[in-house]
Design a protein. Sequence first.
Length: 209
Amino acid sequence: MFWTTFFPLFLMVTLGLFLGGGGSTTIKAAWVDLDESAYSLLLEEHFRALDALRLEEWADVEEANMALEKGYLSFIIVVPPGYGRAVEHGGNTEPLQIYYDEVDQSLAELGFALIDQVLHQQNKELVHFEDIVTYFPMFFLGGIFFPITNMPEFLQPLVYAIPISHLSDCLRQVMNLGYGIGDLWWSTLILTVWFMTSFAVSAWVFKWE
């Protein structure tokens, strides 16, 4: 529930608050490339493609750290030596070294979300991964953006079978009407059944590889 519902909503709201409405809020980061390979340059291109991240090339980590301490930078991204060679040979790469300003935790969380997004994109390109499912159908069918009663009648029973429709209904009634769990026993029961069934199926089909 957290990764499929709350985290996307949290990220969407956070990005909207910091970057939406034509705002000028950006994250200033130092880029220290100690590898200087084709793969590190490709990674740099992905970072520079982000509008929310202003990347500056630095040659020395210590100088970048001094700028970070003085508040001139919010992040330092260091690519370790041997990064490209490890990627080319399919081995485990040394992790990127990330330094950040611990004072502004909200900005730090946003920065790590952007870094994770870039690394995820890089990994997908390296293994030639293609998404099979590309939108979140439950967001549009779960009654979050459009009322379920406005949907075609033949579709409504299917929508009510989706767990997010009951979750969004519970959240609205708790926040707007002050309902307790006793008033929402039916939705709570359905969500519990979905959780137990999903957990049981996941435990049954899961295997270490």
